[in-house]
Design a protein around this ligand. Structure first.
Ligand code: ATP
Ligand code: MG
Length: 292
């Protein structure tokens, strides 16, 4: 499913906060990565897309149809995993998913049983059916959340910062799960970690303070800094100089000396060496450098 977001603006009445400012985004099929720092507007955008909140201005279309005029149709092909959810802690996964099926108006018991088993299998929770959800780990809960979002076999999945708080192993499992379920669907996935989208998405959107900083292919985004990334290991004074004159994308310390990665058309100091750009470099560059 193709989703088109046109001139979307959201102003929260509280504090008159403009969380989205005339945003235009085209979302093709496949996994679409929405990346941005805290407060960028990711959740705001996802809540509007998931039809749980209205925009102040602008419109969204799916497959050419206006969303607000076709809400029921859109909702029936939508799965949503909010950034924070309380899944019913006293239930086990089977009871929980059966309840979701009932909410989705799947009346036939056998059909519900089949859907629930399929979802549990898909997210890798076979063998964990008897535990109550309050005994699940963070990673298992996130998988249960995906199972919930998947239950109606939606064509569109909206997943808001699912990797936050997961340990590295669970995170990898989760990212693999997303690529597995992406076939034939549109998955909109938000994060503030570039590593999450490094291998997962072809198309990305960088949001910052409610505005689109980049929209398009991930590869083209990285290419914007091709030939412009340098690494310099030197003194703290040189680090200062680079911070003043270039865009610093990271500083690591090698035996006590700062190793500064920066963006500039030509090297700013002798002994700076060219480096291969990463998604992280391109991202920090798009945001104007690392925060101190
Ligand atoms: N209900 C609300 N009332 C007023 N302002 C809000 C409300 N919800 C969010 N905001 C503000 O809108 C902006 C965007 O918030 P949003 O939650 O969409 O960002 P985000 O990119 O999801 O951030 P995070 O990475 O922290 O989840 C922020 O400045 C936030 O403080
Ligand atoms: Mg958020």
């Amino acid at each position: 499913m193709n989703i088109q977001i046109n001139n979307l603006t959201k102003i929260y009445p509280k504090g008159n906060k403009k969380a989205l400012n005339a945003v235009n985004i085209t979302i093709p099929e496949g996994i679409f990565g929405l990346i941005g720092r805290n407060g960028a507007g990711k959740t705001t955008l996802m809540r509007i897309l998931a039809t749980v909140m209205n925009a102040s201005e602008g419109e969204i279309t799916f497959d050419g149809k206006e969303l607000n005029a076709n809400k029921d149709e859109f909702r029936s092909s939508l799965g949503y995993l909010p950034q924070t959810t309380k899944l019913m802690p006293q239930l086990n996964i089977v009871e929980f998913l059966d309840y979701i099926c009932v909410m989705k108006n799947i009346k036939d018991k056998a059909q519900r049983r089949e859907r629930v088993a399929w979802a549990i299998e898909t997210v890798g929770l076979v063998g964990e059916e008897k535990k109550r959800l309050h005994n699940y780990s963070g990673g298992m809960l996130r998988r249960a959340g995906i199972a919930q979002a998947l239950i109606g076999d939606p064509r569109v999945l909206i997943i808001d910062e699912p990797t936050t708080g997961l340990d590295p192993e669970e995170r990898l499992y989760f990212l693999n799960l997303l690529s597995k379920i992406a076939v034939g669907r549109t998955i909109i996935f938000s994060t503030h970690i570039t590593a999450d989208i490094e291998h997962l998405c072809q198309n990305i959107c960088v949001l910052e303070q409610g505005e689109v900083k980049y929209l398009g292919m991930k590869r083209a985004f990285i290419d914007r800094v091709e030939g412009k990334i340098w690494e310099h290991t030197g003194t703290p004074a040189e680090e200062e100089q680079l911070r003043r004159n270039g865009i610093v994308t990271s500083v690591t310390y090698v035996e006590g000396s700062p190793r500064v990665r920066y963006v500039a058309d030509t090297p700013l100091l002798d002994n700076s060496v060219a480096a291969t750009p990463t998604l992280e470099d391109a991202y920090i560059y798009a945001l104007g450098g690392v925060k101190r």
